[in-house]
Ligand binder design. Structure first.
Ligand SMILES: NC(=O)c1ccc[n+]([C@@H]2O[C@H](COP(=O)([O-])OP(=O)(O)OC[C@H]3O[C@@H](n4cnc5c(N)ncnc54)[C@H](OP(=O)(O)O)[C@@H]3O)[C@@H](O)[C@H]2O)c1
Length: 319
């Protein structure tokens, strides 16, 4: 019997709890996990169907005994264009991450049979934007602005009690996720399609990125590889600037990328504090993922952009 078949049999019957499984990353992750034989249950504010549950279900009933891993990809979209950057919205951004992570950590602490892994998303906003610094997982950060403090507190909420010390806790500090179905590519697709796309501001700022298949692959790798624990920078090995990203996307779509989006426009729409995800950037190195032997489907920006360049797509991929 082929080893992949054996692996599939081992996965069958084991379940994974995913919060945020209705989102851009979560949906892709659910699909990938089901494909390799896991039963997937999504924790959601609005569950619809037998494989979904509410947050109060988790608080009340905890985790089942066959739960292999718990993954948190929940969090209010910081770039929600419909929401102004008010104190209320900032609080929603914070609570949606801290509350969800804490509920899952509590469920793991209280579980009779512990899952093997607890995988939590965080962001590269942990590291200070810079044109010169290079950041690995050991680099300092997490204490200089809204996004960095958000990452620190978010990661802290995933800490487990000593009685759950056998559970591997993995934190993925994700870069900007590239995929046709959501995130930044969905927002930028039509400006590029109509030939008016380009970099943000000067385009000199770094653009830490990862393709959706690779962030999903990294989460799966973290669930299944019993050596993996601690922080992983969830970025591709090729560091690029915002201009290099815009050029690659334009090339992949056979369009020019000559029209810069002025920084002040993003600052006005989103406020400088959150616009800095695009107007500033960090050079982030995925040192630990590479050391663990994780292999990327899309290690370079050209191949990643080519995979995102199609006009039509379905929930499950490209037509
Ligand atoms: N996409 C990126 O480029 C990127 C980069 C770095 C980090 N991340 C982080 O990775 C995670 C997943 O990203 P994503 O792009 O998949 O996000 P997304 O599409 O916005 O989905 C996140 C999910 O979180 C849940 N959620 C939203 N608001 C919530 C709230 N107020 N309270 C509780 N749950 C809420 C929703 O699930 P229900 O409606 O089912 O409850 C939603 O489907 C997020 O935490 C994000 O911050 C993403």
């Amino acid at each position: 019997m082929r080893s992949s078949k054996l692996q599939e049999l081992r996965r069958n019957g084991r379940s994974i709890r995913i919060s945020g499984g209705t989102g851009f990353v979560g949906r892709a992750l659910c699909g990938a996990l089901r494909q390799v034989g896991y039963k997937v249950f999504v924790v959601s504010r609005t569950p619809e169907g037998p494989d979904m549950m509410t947050w109060s279900d988790v608080r009340r009933h905890g985790l089942p005994t066959n739960c292999k891993a718990v993954v948190n990809t929940a969090g209010e979209n910081i770039f929600n264009v419909k929401k102004k950057w008010t104190e209320d919205f900032q609080q929603e951004v914070i609570t949606s991450r801290l509350y969800t992570t804490s509920v899952l950590a509590k469920a793991i602490n209280g579980a009779e049979k512990k899952p093997e892994a607890f995988v939590c998303m965080s962001g590269v906003g942990y590291y200070k934007p810079s044109q010169t610094a290079e950041y690995t997982e050991e680099s300092p950060g997490g204490d200089f602005d809204f996004l960095s403090e958000l990452s620190t507190n978010w990661e802290k909420c995933s800490e487990l009690k000593p009685e759950a010390k056998e559970v591997r806790r993995v934190i993925i500090r994700s870069g900007i996720v590239l995929g046709r179905q959501g995130g930044v590519i969905r927002d930028m697709y039509f400006p590029f399609y109509f030939g008016v796309g380009g970099p943000v501001g000067s385009g000199q700022q770094f653009f830490p990125w990862i393709h959706i298949n690779d962030i999903v692959g990294l989460i799966l790798f973290a669930i299944e590889n019993n050596k993996v624990k601690g922080v992983l920078n969830g970025v591709a090995p090729q560091a690029v600037t915002n201009r290099e990203f815009a050029t690659a996307l334009g090339k992949a779509m056979w369009r020019p990328s000559l029209f810069p989006l002025p920084k002040f426009v993003l600052n006005v729409i989103f406020s400088p504090e959150r616009a800095k995800i695009m107007t500033e950037g960090q050079k982030v190195i995925p040192k630990r993922a590479l050391e663990y032997g994780f292999t990327y489907d899309y290690p370079d920006i050209d191949s990643a952009c080519r995979a995102c360049a199609h006009l039509t797509y379905t929930e499950h991929g490209i037509y």
